[in-house]
Design a binder for this molecule. Sequence first.
Ligand SMILES: [Mg+2]
Length: 273
Amino acid sequence: MAWGYNRGVLSAMPRLLSTDFDGTIYDPSEPEPVDLGLLDHFDTARADGAQWVINTGRHLEDVLEVLAALNLGVAPDFIVSVERYIHRRNRRGFEEHAVWNRSCRRDHDALFKQAEAGMERLRRRIADAMPATLSRDEWSPLAIIAKTPEDAETIHRWALEESENVENLCIVRNGHYFRFSHANYSKGTALREIAGLLDLGPERVFAAGDHYNDLPMLEGVHARHVAAPSNAIREVKRVVRQAGGHVSRHRCGRGVLDALQRLQNPSNSIRRK
Ligand SMILES: [Mg+2]
C-alpha cells in the first residue's frame, strides 16, 4: 500500500522532521557523508507535504557552506542555527524568523549582562586548573573547548554550579565544546516555534539527535517521535528511550532513516541496500 505523510492510513506520520546535523545525519569520515536513503526519504516526505529542519549548533553561514559543498539535491525547509536562531527557506535562500530571532537576541543580551561576573569566575577557575581554549564569541560570553574527556566532565560540573546562580542561564554542550544560552531558546523551543508556524502539534513532529545539545528536542515534549542513532551519547539514548522513541542499531543518518521507516511500518527494520 502506498504510504504518505499527508494522507490515507499513514496520516499520523510526522509532518515536521527535525534533525541535528553533525553526528546525526552528517559524518564526514564516511564515503557517503549523508546517507542517500535518508535523503530520498526526506525528498518523498517533502513531496507529501512534510517539512525538514536542520537543527544544529553551527552558525548559519557555516551550515550553508557545508550544504553547498555536499550538493545534496534536497534542501531543508528551515535551519535552526546556534541551537536557537530560526531561518526559513525562500526562493532566494534563507530568511530570518525576525520576531523570534529579535526576542532571542534581546533576551540573550540581558541574560549575559546578568551573568558577566559568574562567567569571569568560571573562566578564571578553568584557566587556573587545566589547559582549555577559552574565548568569547558572538553567541556566548564564554565559549570553552576542553582538552580531554575528563576535563570536559569537570568543566560541565563547574558550569552547572555557576549556571545555578543566574535564572534562565543554561549550558549548551556538544562534545568538548561548551557555550551558554537562555533557557527559553533551545533546539526544543525553536522546534516548537516552527511547529507553531506550521500549525502542527508535537504529535506531528519527529526529532533526532546524538549529543547533549539535542536533549531539549528529544524529551518527548516538543516532538512526540524521537530517535537517536547508535553513535549517540548514553544520556541521549536514555532520554530517547524514556520518551518512547527509537534508539537505532545503525550509525548516524542510517539510524535516522531506520527510525523513520519504523514509524512508517513498525514491524519493519531498516531496508538494507
Ligand atoms: Mg550532533
